[in-house]
Design a protein around this ligand. Structure first.
Ligand code: PLP
Length: 455
């Protein structure tokens, strides 16, 4: 609970920091949780309290908070070469090796990688690549970007315009030319009597109608998260990517998989597109790429886009884009280690091993009359709170039910995240069965307590 003394951590956090995506009345009442360190999946605050972080930080600390191999890789690279850029034909050896590795583990037989500091910048960069291509190939009108309602692609002006969330109107976004089509959440948006397969077909028809209405020659690309993450963990409806990809192909529109959350193991395979059996034209990666130990994003272009961008850049003699820290050697050394840790040190297997237990835990909690739906894939899952299960009626927004559940969990030493009316869980890949039991026990107790208060 908050310590109001002017020199307390809570007061100092309030006085000097602008919180991102934070329910301010709640943090003013309860105080910020100021953290000092972590071990395994636990983090510790300035008062010495431990929290099991069921959100892996922000989906990204998949190897936990003190993985010795990752810390060693960072230290060794800081000793060897602590920083460089990737401009003017220069880049670190680590950058060269990471690009080779990323193409090797991608679903593409050939490709090229461009580095950023975040997922937002990677999406932004991909949009600029598509615009660059349009201009270079004689189609400067090919600029519009299609994404989905409820999607999350980031916070820069472009990636926020891609994001299908209403709060972006607070910034006067989206920018012109960013179009949002339907969200593939069957439980919420399927119509009375409509099968899931028919729902999917309706979305594919809606996409095609939008493309035709906007003018196919004006569309630069379609971006989709394999499983929508910050939309509340929404796996695609049955056959979704198989239904929309032919539509996009018909009009020559690239499909970009935003794998910022799904990439590197979250859904049980290296990529979410593998889990849903489609091959995109490019992949956006971030978060798990360094297991959260360094800020990094990457655009991984498949062979065709890679060749076209290279040709377009050759024609004007350069690709005029880049960040000071693109391909940072320490970030690249950590990413090389993180990929090895996830793919070769049993983490990916642990995701597969734990998934049935994770799903069973979610399904068990969803038996509560105020949980309308559980959903998930691999180690990402959500429980959606409802006032009335039969009619799927949500609780009134002013009850802040999911925030209350998350706050109650925090009081009991569990960090999980409210998203809309859902509670989201995305535990680190190193979680043990006992820690998973602890997670569900604490969440179950919080659900009981809050539903008893509001129902
Ligand atoms: N894309 C997806 C799917 C994300 O979930 C996120 C962040 O959560 C982003 C992009 C933006 O990444 P960043 O916060 O690193 O800018």
């Amino acid at each position: 609970m908050r310590d109001d003394a002017p020199n307390s951590w809570e007061s100092r956090a309030d006085a000097f920091s602008l919180y991102g995506f934070t329910d301010l009345p709640s943090v003013h009442r309860r105080g910020a949780v100021v953290l000092t360190h972590g071990t395994g999946p636990y983090v510790y605050d300035v008062h010495g309290r431990a929290y099991l972080d069921a959100n892996s930080g922000l989906w990204n600390m998949v190897a936990g908070f003190d993985h010795p191999g990752l810390i060693e890789a960072a230290k060794a690279q800081y000793d060897r070469f602590p920083g460089y850029h990737a401009f003017f034909g220069r880049m670190s050896d680590q950058t060269v090796m990471l690009s080779e590795k990323l193409v090797e583990v991608s679903p593409f037989d050939r490709g090229r990688v461009f580095y950023t500091n975040s997922g937002s910048e990677a999406n932004d960069t991909m949009v600029k690549i598509l615009w660059f291509l349009g201009a270079a190939e004689g189609h400067p009108e090919r600029r519009k970007i299609i994404t989905r309602v409820n999607s999350y692609h980031g916070v820069t002006a472009v990636s926020a315009s891609m994001t299908g969330k209403p709060y972006n109107s607070l910034f006067g976004l989206p920018l012109p030319g960013f179009i949002h089509v339907g969200c593939p959440h069957y439980w919420r948006f399927g119509q009375e009597g409509e099968s899931e397969a028919a729902f999917t077909q309706r979305l594919a028809r809606e996409l095609e109608a939008t493309i035709i209405k906007e003018g196919p020659e004006t569309i630069a690309g379609f971006f989709a998260e394999p499983v929508m993450g910050a939309g509340g963990v929404i796996p695609p409806s049955e056959g979704y990517f198989q239904a929309i990809q032919p539509v996009l192909k018909r009009y020559g529109i690239p499909l970009i998989a935003d794998e910022v959350i799904c990439g590197f193991g979250r859904t049980g395979n290296t990529w979410g597109c593998q889990t849903y059996d489609f091959v995109p034209d490019a992949i956006i990666s971030s978060k798990n790429i360094t297991a959260g130990f360094f800020p990094m994003g990457a655009v991984i272009l498949g062979a065709e886009l890679s060749d076209r961008v290279q040709a377009a850049a050759e024609a004007v003699e350069e690709f005029p884009h880049g960040f000071t820290a693109s391909g940072h050697p320490v970030g690249c050394a950590i990413a090389l280690k993180a990929i090895d840790v996830v793919m070769n040190e049993g983490l990916a297997e642990n995701v597969k091993r734990l998934t049935p237990k994770f799903e069973a835990g979610l399904a068990h909690l969803a038996e509560h009359p105020n949980i309308g739906e559980w959903r998930g894939k691999g180690l990402m899952g959500a429980l959606e709170a409802v006032k009335d299960k039969a009619t799927k009626t949500p609780f009134p927004g002013d009850l802040s039910v999911s925030e209350r559940i998350a706050n109650t969990c925090t009081d009991h030493g569990l960090i999980c995240r409210p998203l809309g009316q859902s509670i989201v869980l995305c535990p680190p890949f190193i979680m043990t069965e006992a820690q998973m039991d602890e997670m569900f026990d604490k969440l179950g107790a919080a659900l009981k307590q809050v539903f008893a208060e509001v129902a």
